[in-house]
Design a protein around this ligand. Structure first.
Ligand code: PHE
Length: 519
């Protein structure tokens, strides 16, 4: 998704593309991001570590019970650290939020929503998919969170661009077909002779024939891959009408949509916890101990001292927590507003990343028409409308009700919906979706709930974007006195739970090493 592009990552990828991996790693080293430091295998702290060195586990106050804060508490807890988590919101989880019937969702500058989904229906309002290489799956395994496939790519989902709707398979067949044709023709121009051998040319042509389903003259003439209005079973069947010209296909603007899952973090198969993303939070809270988490506790002051830290908070009875160390796992823009004695440089650094607005709506239907009528089982429809994406559920197939994500957008599109009332958000989302699915999209809607992350209290953003490569990022990866910082925003996995977890692990390792070294 272009909205999530991270300048730093983009820059590194750019350097990698031009100068190769060596240049990229050199640049990362210069930025203080050398992989040698980052990619050390993680070993959780163990109680035995202390016995050997005559040290004892320290006390740690953790700010924020989001995925970063919970992971830090969980890992430190393995060695007996005494962790206290202060969470300003009513419950743990942060952006890992799954909404169900009976929940109430409040919003800054907007009305509260009563969630009325039926039994068993849920809406992952925050994270919704996990790539298999991400550490998130290791935690699912370790914590006993069952997972199932998340369908991130579905040939039967739609691409809607320039007012036209077609199946993803059709858009892909046409783009691949014409690209293959062009390249096949280029093999005849003589230019390729200098680059590849005659044998390789034949192999390439063989591949291009398959890749684009080219005709005998190496021309793209359409393909059964594009789909059928009626699949030939007993009778003859009818393929969908022939493709447009190369010009028409390019002008349709489907190219962006069909490359959406090419990214390292988007490749199929992806996964989701069974029953809702918040299963991860539930298990982490269980492992940490709910009694260690003080909810409704808003941090008002952070003080690092020679021999410890002091954190004051309001809410409930309010209070002060004294501990040996602090891990501040709040969003940077929230942290920046809390009075502290960590120095002006820290404040300036915390103000550098810019919150990205992001929104989603869950639409619950009384019938799973997308399966029954459109034959779409999971997956994502890509659009150039302000809803950007529609996600079909990857679970509960053939059950009676179902919930789809009617928009998942960022930046200006997210702000546009955020400014509307919940009813108007739904109306607008339904009007847009109708352009793709027809009138049935507006029928049989049982209920809905929408989130505007920049209007969520104590969070105020979907994620953040670093505007430029500067020293703020590396400064905050180091502790300020006895205060450490953690969160996805301090990693190259922004907007992924894996980022929060990796960051927490890094901080846990450093903190533990410091405790073991301490006099
Ligand atoms: N992790 C989020 C998602 O799955 C946001 C994101 C999208 C981050 C694409 C990076 C790339 O949608």
């Amino acid at each position: 998704m272009e909205g999530a592009a991270l300048t730093r990552r983009g820059l590194l990828v750019g350097i990698g593309a031009v100068g190769g991996a060596g240049a990229m790693y050199a640049a990362m080293g210069a930025l203080g991001l050398a992989p040698s430091e980052q990619d050390k295998a993680f070993t959780p702290p163990r109680p035995g570590d202390f016995a050997l060195r005559g040290r004892a586990a320290a006390s740690v106050v953790i700010l924020g019970a989001g995925v970063a804060g919970l992971t830090a508490a969980y890992e430190l807890g393995k060695a007996g650290y005494d962790c206290t988590i202060l969470e300003a919101r009513a419950k743990a989880g942060g952006r890992n939020l799954t909404l169900r019937g009976g929940d109430r969702l409040t919003e800054l500058r907007g009305p509260a929503q009563e969630v009325r989904f039926g039994e068993g229906v849920y809406f992952n309002a925050g994270p919704g998919r996990i790539a298999p290489w991400m550490v998130t799956l290791d935690y699912c395994r370790e914590l006993g969170v069952p997972i199932e496939t998340f369908v991130n790519r579905n040939a039967a989902a739609y691409v809607h661009t320039n007012g036209q709707t077609m199946r993803a398979r059709t858009a892909q067949a046409d783009m691949y077909g014409y690209v293959a044709e062009l390249l096949a023709k280029a093999t005849d121009l003589g230019a390729l002779d200098k680059m590849i051998t005659k044998d390789d040319r034949e192999r390439l042509l063989d591949f291009l024939r398959r890749f684009g389903d080219l005709g005998p003259k190496l021309e793209y003439e359409g393909s059964e891959r594009r789909g059928f209005t009626k699949f030939p079973a007993i009778g003859a069947g009818s393929p969908i009408p022939a493709p447009g010209s190369l010009h028409q296909v390019l002008a349709a603007g489907t190219g962006h949509a069909i490359t959406n899952d090419f990214g390292y973090d988007q490749a199929t198969p992806m996964f989701q916890p069974v029953g809702g993303m918040d299963a991860i939070v539930t298990k982490l809270v269980e492992a940490v101990g709910a009694d260690r988490i003080r909810t409704g506790a808003r941090v008002t002051k952070i003080t690092t001292l020679a021999d410890g830290v002091e954190v004051t908070y309001s809410g409930g009875a309010g209070g002060t927590v004294k501990a040996d160390y602090c891990i501040a796992a709040l969003p940077p823009h929230i942290l920046a507003r809390i009075p502290h004695n960590l120095g002006a440089q820290v404040t300036a650094a915390l103000r550098t990343p810019v919150p990205v607005p992001a929104g989603k709506i869950g639409l619950e239907y009384g019938t799973r028409w997308w399966e029954l009528e459109d034959r779409i089982y999971g997956g994502v429809t890509e659009t150039d409308l302000d809803i950007t994406h529609i996600w079909y559920p990857s679970h509960g197939y053939h059950s009676e009700r179902g919930l789809l994500v009617g928009y998942y957008n960022t930046d200006a599109n997210a702000e546009l919906y955020a400014a509307l009332t919940p009813d108007d958000r739904r109306r607008r989302a339904l009007t847009q979706g109708k352009k793709i699915h027809g009138e049935k999209y507006r029928q049989n809607v049982l209920s809905s709930a929408s989130i505007a992350w920049e209007r969520q209290e104590h969070i105020e953003g979907g994620w953040v974007r670093w505007p430029s490569v500067d020293s703020s990022f590396t400064l905050l990866q180091r502790p300020a006195g006895r205060v450490y910082f953690a969160g996805d925003w301090l990693t190259h996995l922004i907007a992924w739970q894996a980022g929060a977890m990796e960051s927490a692990r890094g901080v846990v390792t450093e903190l533990h090493e410091r405790v073991l070294r301490s006099p």
